[in-house]
Design a protein around this ligand. Sequence first.
Ligand code: GLN
Length: 202
Amino acid sequence: MAAPTVGVLALQGDVVEHLRALRRSGARTREVRTPEDLAAVDALVVPGGESTTVIRLLERFGLVEPIRERVRAGMPFWGTCMGMIVAAHDVADLEQDTLDLIDITVRRNAFGRQVDSAEVPLDIPALGNPPFPAVFIRAPWIERAGPDVTSLASRDGHGVMVRQANVLGTSFHPELTGDDRVHAYFLEMLAGAAGDEVIARR
Ligand code: GLN
């Protein structure tokens, strides 16, 4: 099978780093700005950035419903930091509507302000050893997770990596480290998408 094409939402945020990490991991990539772009990809990554801005831009660019439809039909989706906020069912401290793709409630900037951004060795059993160098930048944490959500990693007692069927969320930024194991994990989700029993539960 030809390499899948992974789209990276390119309205705002650290798009280039994701494109590079995905290509290093063997995927083709495409920047996604329009519904036409979205129709041409097999999966979508939403990078880090500013959630309030990106939610507004998603509406302006007519991407909210097309993304919801694709993801609900099984398209793999991964949100990093801002991307996870945008995908959450709801956000503790935000009035705007989100995409509501994964049954979690997140709190923005939960680990502290910009000065408190940090790289921490994170134990992610699904990725094995060594611990993952997780970069947190004004990162959200997960305050509530529904019964269909699997926690893949936590920091200070709060979930920071979660998966519900075809939707993956990380509070941190694997695209900024040069360690491509989470990108490889996401590409494995794509490879397994058709037969994944968790998807059948959606
Ligand atoms: N604090 C940002 C927000 O609320 C997210 C930061 C990030 O993506 N690094 O949107």
